[in-house]
Design a protein around this ligand. Sequence first.
Ligand SMILES: Nc1ncnc2c1ncn2[C@@H]1O[C@H](COP(=O)(O)OP(=O)(O)OP(=O)(O)O)[C@@H](O)[C@H]1O
Ligand SMILES: O=P(O)(O)OC[C@H]1O[C@H](OP(=O)(O)OP(=O)(O)O)[C@H](O)[C@@H]1O
Ligand SMILES: O=C(O)c1cccnc1
Length: 481
Amino acid sequence: MKVGDNLALLTDLYEFTMSAGFQRALDREQRGVFDIFYRQVPDNGSFVIAAGLQQALEEIQNMHFAKEDIAYLRSLNIFDEEFLTYLQNFKNTCDIWAVPEGTPIFPREPLMTIRGPLMEAQLYETFLLNILNHQTLIASKARRITAAAAGLPVMEFGARRAQGPSSALFGARAAIIGGAVATSNVLAGKKFDIPVSGTMAHSWIEAFDSEIDAFNAWADIYPDNCSLLVDTYDILNSGVPNAIKTFQRLKGEGHSSFGIRIDSGDITSLSRQARKMLDEAGFPDAKITISNSLNEEIISSLLHQGAQIDALGVGEELITSSSSPVLSGVYKLAAVERDGELIPKIKLSASRGKLTLPGLKQVYRLYHKGTNEAFADLIALKDERLPIVIHAVTADPMAIKQNKLLNNFEARPLQTEVMNGTKLLTSTPDVFAIQKFSKQQLAELPEATQRRLNPDEFPVYITPQLYALQQAVISQYTENY
Ligand SMILES: Nc1ncnc2c1ncn2[C@@H]1O[C@H](COP(=O)(O)OP(=O)(O)OP(=O)(O)O)[C@@H](O)[C@H]1O
Ligand SMILES: O=P(O)(O)OC[C@H]1O[C@H](OP(=O)(O)OP(=O)(O)O)[C@H](O)[C@@H]1O
Ligand SMILES: O=C(O)c1cccnc1
């Protein structure tokens, strides 16, 4: 069964009950501002790589309620006809700002801001979080894995282990944003113009009477790019020697692109011995691909041990981010609008770490003046003009050190307006252009922030004006709620 041609119903019931409630309890045109941000970085990292904007905007643009959707909602006996008519004529009228896909983003920074009628923007919460949390999680995991691979090409091999078809498809795209070079997922290749690549499964070898028969049959069909899986029986005593025999025949016929894949055992010792055997047989250019539940820790360790690797296939650990499988990005109301005036809103909580930032905001990356070296981020109110010297406050309400004098910086805004009603204000760049942009952004961050283990925290501040607003709203609500 298809999920559907749009995600209008892929949401929590409470989004509909609130939306219908806003229509009845408040003015239908009552507007507000929502932010999407997250607090905790998966894998104890210090940032995530934003991803999913393209699908998010497509879904908003395409959002509609078909007759049968309306009929289903009517059958729940919860909603009045006025609300169902509103849904029937639904189209986006919100303004949306977002950081471009590929941007490294730190906790508490709004990676998307939605401003528009509350009853409309409320309906976006669940599916926007579903899309952005998933793709950002996988892009971030892919960045960790490709960073550990230190320039060696990583192919995404995870479709079979992904949590469902949509995770396989959009996960493959996110993997490219995070630095992978290709995918084995053909649908992702077609849909997102990603190079598809791969070798063979053990079933190919097992289907023939012998390993050498299987290799030769493959070589006859694919002589120009012959990559053979050598671990079905015995890598060093049969797999690699048989592969060499096959390559020798192909070489005699004028072919030159050869490779093997190792998918089990001690990858370091096996790859080193396989490399030696291939070199001694006259195949120094034959590529060794490795796979088998790889992740950033194993890859880093293998390289440290001196494994001989030319390429890596990474499946389950990348496509599911299994070591840290949740990004809990949230959708929080930051303001309502009355007569064109923004009234800041806040979520207080028993846990101080969950305190939100009120108002319509922008997030800036701060660079040492005249350089591309970023040293901090600053969250400000959107209409604030940043002074030359700022007595900033740490954005993390749990932080011990609260104040910082910022000067000699150049501030570059991270969010841009991406949608205005039904009008898309951004083009969708090719996924490799997003990868390139992401690498440029990462090159501007301190290396210590990008470290795999115990990375340095990158400072995120808020302006004194935003801090004052936050404190004022806190006092107002603790006195009057
Ligand atoms: N030299 C190594 N150092 C660290 N980890 C390694 C090394 N070689 C392999 N690994 C990793 O160890 C894990 C276990 O590999 P191993 O082949 O022993 O077991 P397996 O996955 O059960 O094998 P199989 O695929 O044959 O079932 C895999 O995640 C693999 O990537
Ligand atoms: O290990 P991953 O990172 O997910 O990479 C993808 C895995 O998919 C294939 O395994 P297969 O489904 O044939 O199972 P097996 O090799 O574990 O038996 C391939 O041989 C890799 O091992
Ligand atoms: O092409 C491959 O080698 C491949 C593809 C998916 C999963 N494992 C391996």
